[in-house]
Design a protein. Structure first.
Length: 608
């Protein structure tokens, strides 16, 4: 919720190029009030049935906590929370469980209580069907929202939004590529201290930009996020305090003894991959010079390195450990002066890390992607002499990371684009998209989301695998997974995916085919141990139903469900295990659904 504008002391006037008043339409974003985690910049990953943690600021005697997930007009209640008030940390630590059957999506978190106003954290909870053993994630850096001109040069163009256009181009590509998550290595905004100064609200605008991504993004702050230029009017520390207001956490100004850290450092896990985000900044006088006795001349501080050591030591054996941060500024020497760049992460093996990724150098050359451990920089999203609009995709198999090359979005020479046959806005019952790919990489986990008019129909897809359908607000969100082939500048790879209505679900109670509807399994084929195949079916009325896996001789390999079910949509999954729990052999199987004296079946190919 918006908070009052902070007064600035000892203002120093600059030659400022101010846009006409009519163009200055920006205002606050959603400043932090109750929910402190998860956040749009620090989301949580969970599967149906998993429990996740919520940090909340509220009086110790608060009662009536209630949480839910929201996607458009769809709201999913989370049920009664666990956990309680942590007096040692001065905040509530609540736990909620993801309900069974929750679709894979990136949801808003809604939280209410007896003593707090309703609060929301947008795009904060990513529900996964499972943690995949084979997948990819992306890195971006240096978005410098909304513009690139620095006030240190003596002028600020408040109407410049070039950074937002560059970020939009990258977002469009990533939304098609569909990484499991995105790591942003800092300098989200151009100048963190300009949030209220001149009414630029850089962090508020950046917060809204993040929510255009369809996949979760984890953010590590950089020197432009939490450092300000000395010549500008806002006092030292303004940018860091603004960061705490939008991206967490206010207690870092005076941390509790139970958690005595002054920097926003954190980690999270995806299967066998452990990711560590570290705050990075400069504080040596050209930038902020804010509390140098605490934050030193620059990061990483001894306190941060101590936190990193403890975090790495707690990771179970066999996990890959990846640190992401804005830059290795070298820390602060015992005499208070700045250390040499690249001096703190020069020996990754000694730190127990398998790799580090970073930004800051907008035109950094491609690094050694085959090194073990690897230490890789990334060029900026904001335009630069090397092209800008940069991202990198890392492929992971059983925890082992293989870095891909740097790519540049939205250019004629190296780009990814989707052309739709009509507006993708919930008004069409049939829709198709052709995706062309000039990148030299194939995107084998790509996903298109079709926003279709909901006429109580199931949907079928061609050119890809229908993963799921989510109905909300009179619209059906149809998710189709596909492979986008690699291409070149002259010969792009191409795939056309279309969605159209299938069997009508409106004929409830009538005899015939509509009594029982069984979608083809997805994915098909599927690799056991890496993914699960999902089976979606619809019953027109409450009935007994049985879902079996059969071999080609008709022998039952596994029974996925057997019992009474209510009318409506249902889903089951198969991991590739037989009834005895042992892995089923590679080969072709039948998936058979029986209900009401009728049966339907599909073929399914299991790979290993």
């Amino acid at each position: 919720m918006p908070r009052p504008i902070l007064p600035f002391a000892c203002l120093v006037l600059l030659a400022v190029a101010v846009a006409p008043a009519s163009a200055l339409t920006y205002t606050y974003g959603d400043t932090l009030t109750v929910i402190m985690k998860p956040l749009p910049n620090l989301p949580t990953l969970a599967r149906p049935g998993d429990t996740f943690t919520v940090w909340a600021l509220a009086p110790a005697g608060t009662t009536g906590w209630s949480g839910s997930l929201a996607l458009g007009a769809l709201t999913i209640p989370l049920g009664a929370p666990g956990g309680g008030y942590d007096a040692a940390r001065g905040r509530w630590i609540l736990t909620f469980t993801i309900p069974s059957g929750t679709a894979e999506e990136l949801y808003d978190l809604l939280l209410t209580s007896s003593q707090t106003l309703p609060d929301a954290a947008r795009h904060a909870v990513k529900v996964l069907t499972d943690y995949r053993a084979s997948y990819y994630f992306a890195q971006i850096s240096d978005t410098h929202l909304p513009e690139h001109a620095f006030s240190s040069g003596g002028s600020i163009n408040t109407a410049d939004t070039s950074g937002m256009g560059d970020f939009d181009a990258v977002i469009a590509d990533l939304n098609l590529i569909h990484p499991e998550f995105i790591l942003h290595t800092g300098d989200l905004v151009n100048e963190g201290e300009l949030e209220e100064y001149l009414g630029m609200f850089e962090m508020g605008r950046a917060q809204q930009m993040i929510t255009r991504l369809r996949d979760p993004m984890f953010l590590a702050s950089g020197n432009h996020d939490i450092g300000g230029w000395i010549p500008t009017a806002p006092p030292s520390g303004t940018s860091r305090k603004d960061w705490w207001r939008y991206f967490g956490w206010p207690w870092l100004a005076n941390p509790p003894a139970a958690e005595p850290w002054h920097s926003q450092d954190y980690s999270f896990d995806y299967g066998l991959l452990h990711c560590i985000g570290l705050e990075a900044y400069q504080n040596d006088g050209s930038y902020d010079n804010y509390l140098p006795g605490l934050y030193g001349a620059q990061s990483m501080t001894a306190e941060q390195m101590s936190w990193l050591q403890a975090d790495v030591a707690a990771v179970p054996a066999g996990h890959t450990k990846l640190a992401f941060f804005h830059y290795d500024f070298g820390g602060t020497l015992p005499n208070g002066s700045a250390g040499a760049n690249f001096s703190q992460f020069s020996n990754l093996s000694a730190l127990g890390l398998d790799g580090v990724i970073w930004g800051h150098n907008h035109g950094v050359a491609e690094g050694n992607r085959t090194a073990k451990p690897f230490n890789l920089g990334l060029q900026s999203v904001i335009s630069n002499a090397s092209g800008g609009r940069t991202f990198r995709v890392f492929r992971v198999s059983d925890g082992v990371i293989t870095p891909g090359p740097m790519h540049h979005a939205g250019t004629s020479a190296d780009s990814l684009a989707a052309t739709w046959t009509g507006p993708n806005d919930g008004t069409r019952s049939t829709l198709a998209a052709t995706v062309t790919n000039r990148f030299g990489e194939a995107w084998d986990h790509a996903r298109l989301v079709f926003f279709m008019v909901d006429h109580d129909s199931s949907f079928v897809a061609s050119g890809g695998t229908l993963a799921q359908t989510v109905r909300q607000g009179g619209m059906a969100n149809v998710y189709v997974d596909c492979v986008i082939p690699a291409g070149t500048t002259t010969t792009p790879g191409s795939v056309t995916v279309s969605v159209m209505p299938g069997v009508s679900l409106a004929a409830v109670g009538e005899a015939g085919e509509s009594d029982l509807h069984f979608d083809p399994p997805a994915p098909n084929p599927f690799r056991a141990g890496i993914e699960r195949s999902r089976f979606h079916f619809v019953l027109a009325r409450a009935a007994q139903a049985r879902l079996d896996i059969l071999d080609l001789a008709g022998r039952r390999v596994a029974t996925l469900l057997d019992g009474p079910l209510p009318a409506g949509s249902h889903e089951a999954t198969w991991t590739g295990a037989g009834a005895d729990g042992a892995p089923a052999a590679t080969g072709l199987y039948f998936v058979r659904l029986q209900s009401g004296g009728r049966w339907l079946r599909h073929k399914l190919l299991l790979l290993r």
